[in-house]
Ligand binder design. Structure first.
Ligand code: AMP
Length: 278
């Protein structure tokens, strides 16, 4: 039976007697099949599955972006019920950030490039809320999507440095049939933008193919991704990156694993995608 809790105290009380291990899936709601895959994985690897649903204001730079973020708790709870979730933590902003809240978690170098550079303060908000969730839930395992590759590195750094015992587990990106990575933000795409959006996945595939053919110049892979993105007039690329999978520093030569990633605007909607090449 699914139980919904809204306060820190109720959450701790519900977890005090929960069978171990506990798996946590942190989300901002508007759940889709990407979240579903994380929840399913958590269910198979843990005795108790906790899903948090919290649109975290501190990770949004733009108030308009926060305002229009899609929400439907009823729909999210229905999905959690279907998936056999044990506990949903759906707190208010005041419950997560008590009055006078004045502590932030700031991760260093790995949070700086890419999404960190494009969205100042974003990862401070992410690291802070995940530190609070890790502490409140005390899960053995927490599940994150590979779609937010940098987020995963930031959280692993944070958990190691702050001695939080929760292990962050990565799950592959779940995609629509045409390759578009599932995202709560896809709902904002107009029909024409939706039709154009699979260009991110196509650009990643093209770069991967070039690499498989023996290309080792990172700049050649970036150019290939930019070339494919340029074929789509509705797509405005923000960055295209070929970076070290551990440090996220841009590479010159691809001699080992590399993270191909990009952020692309379609009108007011910003999409990200990535792929690791081995
Ligand atoms: P969000 O609700 O967008 O903050 O995402 C919550 C978690 O779900 C994060 O760990 C995301 O990386 C993950 N996630 C979002 N979209 C996908 C996807 N298409 N495939 C796999 N995981 C995803």
């Amino acid at each position: 039976m699914l139980r919904i809790v809204r306060t820190r105290a109720e959450l701790r009380e519900a977890l005090a007697t929960a069978p171990r291990p506990v798996g946590l899936v942190p989300t901002m709601g508007w759940l889709h099949d990407g979240h579903r895959a994380l929840i399913h994985r958590a269910r198979t690897e843990n005795a108790t599955t906790v899903v948090s649903i919290f649109v975290n204001p501190r990770q949004f730079g733009d108030p308009a972006d926060l305002e229009k973020y899609p929400r439907s708790e009823a729909r999210d709870i229905a999905l959690c019920t279907e998936e056999g979730v044990d506990l949903v933590f759906a707190p208010s902003v005041e419950e997560v950030y008590p009055p006078g809240f004045d502590t932030m978690v700031k991760v260093g170098a790995v949070a700086e490039p890419l999404e960190g550079a494009a969205r100042p303060g974003h990862f401070d908000g992410v690291a802070t809320v995940v530190a609070i969730l890790f502490d409140l839930v005390g899960a053995e395992h927490a599940y994150f999507g590979q779609k937010d590759a940098q987020q995963l590195l930031v959280i692993r750094r944070m958990a190691l440095d702050l001695a939080l015992p929760t292990e962050a587990i990565a799950h592959p990106t779940v995609r629509e049939a045409d390759g578009l990575a599932m995202s709560s933000r896809n709902v904002h795409l107009s029909p024409a933008e939706r039709a154009a959006a699979p260009v991110l996945a196509r650009a990643l595939r093209a770069a991967r193919a070039l690499h498989a053919d023996g290309e080792r110049s990172a700049e050649a892979l970036r150019s290939e991704m930019r070339r494919i993105l340029a074929e789509e007039p509705l797509a405005s690329p923000e960055y295209v990156s070929v970076a070290d999978t551990g440090t996220l520093r841009e590479l010159d030569a691809v001699t080992g694993p590399a993270l191909l990633s990009m952020a692309v605007h379609f009108g007011p909607t910003r999409l990200i995608d990535n792929e690791i090449i081995e």
